[in-house]
Design a protein around this ligand. Structure first.
Ligand code: 3HC
Length: 295
C-alpha cells in the first residue's frame, strides 16, 4: 500500500488520545471512523474534537470552514466491524492493557479487510506480542502520538519483529501527511524511546516528593524554569493521565526490572480515580476551570 491508497482511517478508542488522533487525521483530509464501546464514550470524544477545532479556529489557526469540514469528515461508531469495513488504516488507541488490546485485535482481525494496516498507539507494550494475535504481523506497527496530538509534533513509528519495511514507509508517510514528524524506532522495547525516558522522570519526581525531599510545587517550578521542560512533571502526568503513566511503569517494571518500580503516590491517585485533567483532579485541581491549583 502507498500513501495515496489511504482514504479512510478508523480510530479505535475515543478517549484522550483517540479523539486527538481522529482530529489530526480529519484535519489532514482523511475520512475518519471514530469508534468506542458505547455511545457515551464515542460522543464524548466527538464533542472534544468539536471543542478543540473551535479553539483552533478561535485562535485563527484554522478558518471556521476548515474546522467544520474536518468535523464533517468524522463519523462515529459503536460497532467495531462496521467501523472498520472500509478502513485502509486502523489506529488503535484503546486502554493500555495487554489483555484488552489483544481482545480488540482478535475482533479486528476477523472484521477488517485484508489490505488494512493496523497501527497501535500503545505507549509501551510490545508491538510484536500484539501483532502475533493477528494474521498480518507484516502489516502491523506502532504509531505513537503524544498528548495532545493536535499540538505535539512527534510521532514514533515502531517496528515489530515481523513488520514489513513497506508498512513502516507508508505509516511514516501518513504521519507526515498529518503534518507530524515521524521518528522510526526499530527496536520494540518497553516505552520505545520517549516514554523510556519521560515516564521514569515523572516517577522519580513522584519518589522525590513521596520521600519528603521536595514538594510538587518545587519540582514543577524547577522543571519549567530551570530544566526547561514545557510543563512540570506533575502537570505533565495530569496532562497524559496518571493512569497511563502508571500502566507504562508497571509494564516497564515487569519487563525491565526494579529501577522502574512505580511510586505509591501514582498508585494512590489511580486508586482514588484522580487521573489528571480528564477526571478534573489529579496532582492539581481542574474543576474550577481556569488555572490549576495544588490540592
Ligand atoms: N486543542 C486545542 N486547544 C487546546 C488543546 C487541544 N487539544 N489543549 C489545550 N488547548 C488550548 C488550551 O485550552 C489553552 O487555551 P486558552 O489559551 O484559550 O486558555 C491553550 O491551548 C494553551 O496553549 P498555549 O499555547 O497557550 O499553551 P502552551 O504554550 O503551554 O502549550 C502544550 C500547551 C502544547 C500542551 C505545552 O504545554 C506542552 O508542550 N506540554 C508538554 C506536553 C508533552 O510533553 N506531551 C507529551 C507527553 S508524553 C505522551 O503523551 C506519551 C504517552 O504515551 C504517555
Amino acid at each position: 500500500m502507498e500513501l495515496d491508497d489511504i482514504n479512510t482511517i478508523t480510530v479505535l478508542g475515543a478517549g484522550n488520545m483517540g479523539h486527538g488522533i481522529a482530529e489530526v487525521a480529519a484535519l489532514a483530509g482523511y475520512q475518519v471512523n471514530l469508534r468506542d464501546i458505547n455511545e457515551e464514550f464515542v460522543q464524548n470524544g466527538y464533542d472534544q474534537i468539536e471543542w478543540s477545532l473551535g479553539k483552533l479556529a478561535e485562535k485563527d489557526q484554522l478558518s471556521d470552514e476548515e474546522a467544520n469540514a474536518a468535523l464533517e469528515r468524522v463519523a462515529t461508531y459503536v460497532d467495531l466491524a462496521e467501523s472498520v469495513s472500509d478502513a485502509d488504516v486502523v489506529i488503535e488507541a484503546v486502554p493500555e492493557k495487554m489483555d484488552i488490546k489483544k481482545d480488540v485485535y482478535t475482533e479486528l482481525e476477523a472484521a477488517a479487510p485484508d489490505h488494512t494496516i493496523f497501527a497501535t498507539n500503545t505507549s509501551s507494550l510490545s508491538i510484536s506480542e500484539l501483532a502475533d494475535v493477528t494474521e498480518r504481523p507484516e502489516q502491523f506497527c506502532g504509531m505513537h502520538f503524544f498528548n495532545p496530538p493536535v499540538r505535539m509534533q512527534l510521532v514514533e513509528v515502531i517496528s515489530g519483529a515481523e513488520t514489513a519495511e513497506e508498512t513502516m514507509d507508508v505509516i511514516s508517510d501518513l504521519a507526515e501527511a498529518m503534518d507530524k514528524t515521524p521518528v522510526r524506532v526499530h527496536k520494540d522495547s518497553p516505552g520505545f524511546i520517549v516514554n523510556r525516558i519521560l515516564v521514569p522522570l515523572m516517577n522519580e519526581a513522584a519518589w522525590a516528593v513521596e520521600s519528603g525531599d521536595t514538594t510538587i510545587a518545587e519540582v514543577d517550578s524547577t522543571a519549567k524554569y530551570e530544566i526547561g521542560l514545557p510543563m512540570g512533571s506533575f502537570e505533565l502526568a495530569d496532562q497524559v493521565g496518571i493512569d497511563v503513566g502508571y500502566h507504562v511503569l508497571q509494564y516497564m517494571h515487569e519487563v525491565l526490572g526494579d529501577a522502574y518500580e512505580p511510586c505509591p503516590l501514582l498508585e494512590e491517585k489511580v486508586e482514588e480515580e484522580k487521573l489528571g485533567k480528564k477526571t478534573g483532579k489529579g496532582f492539581y485541581d481542574y474543576e474550577d476551570g481556569e488555572g490549576a491549583q495544588v490540592p
